[in-house]
Write a protein that binds this ligand. Sequence first.
Ligand code: GDP
Length: 356
Amino acid sequence: SLTIGIVGLPNVGKSTLFNALTKNDVLAANYPFATIEPNIGVVGVPDPRLQRLADVFGSQKIIPATVSFVDIAGIVRGASEGQGLGNKFLANIRESDAICQVIRVFTDPDVVHVEGKVSPRDDIETINTELVLADLQTLEKAIPRLEKESRKDKERAVLHKAAVAASEVLNTGQTLFAAGVDTEPLRELSLLTTKPFLYVFNVDADELANESLITELRELVAPAEAILLDAKTESELVELPAEEAAELLESIGQNEPGLDQLAKVGFRTLGLQTYLTAGPKESRAWTIPVGATAPQAAGVIHTDFQRGFIKAEVVSFDHLMEAGSMAEAKSKGWVRIEGKEYVMADGDVVEFRFNV
Ligand code: GDP
């Protein structure tokens, strides 16, 4: 499944945030036989539609879609020179499908800032520069080899040309994703800056409702998405019973934990959407890429469902809620029979018919 790598300078609150993420892990609750890996936190994507579905179908259980976060060691200025970013770091980050930068905004004098001062803009610049330099190194190594290969092979020439163009973009200091470069031909090079970024600003709790700060930080990284949270508070929230957690949230003027926002924004950044299934046993959200067809969606439940796909019975969540039951939705003609070509929409409530 798709994962988001968490990166940032030392002492910005990565571990604090990551510990909160793993304490909030949905695997233990819903997948008792899953292997829990120490550097991966799997969190549920909050979706109020699931409870409403469960009410209609009398489901015993709710299973949300998930997003996986991987803890990747810290980045420091100059990391891409000298000893390099480190093989483990590079391997972890290459395997991630998106990169979540944790940026320090909180102002605790007891916590040393590696660069001597709290400056979100400078820290983002430092991290982006390291990632850009790492990609340039990869390209510098690859380009002479690709040039040689492209003399004999037209397909390699395509990659060679794309690699040269990419290094020109990187030399202007931009990431490949931000520059809108078509990253498909570059795939085999596993470049870091082709991945989408999202930003977590770790702010003091009493700044969470500061509108001008929120606007300033959002503008700093737009069009990438940003959320503001207080990692320390998040680590406390996951330890509290629901009622006390709600009180703590209210006391800092928030109506939703930062981790919930992070899961939702992460899910969006990965280009994912969900469709829903429901029955007396469970109401469940399934993860598919935007643009997935009905058989591909069925394959997420089981590969046999994709192979033996016949048709899908589909009703939109909103129609189903308006009807109040599946039977009523059917009698209104809102339950459609869709075939192999159907492209799924977010919030489709589906039952698949298949051959086994
Ligand atoms: P990492 O190096 O990025 O993993 O940072 P840590 O999570 O280890 O945090 C470094 C120090 O900052 C620790 O002493 C944390 O308790 C503290 N810290 C982390 N997040 C916050 C925060 O939101 N507010 C404050 N005041 N301190 C924090």
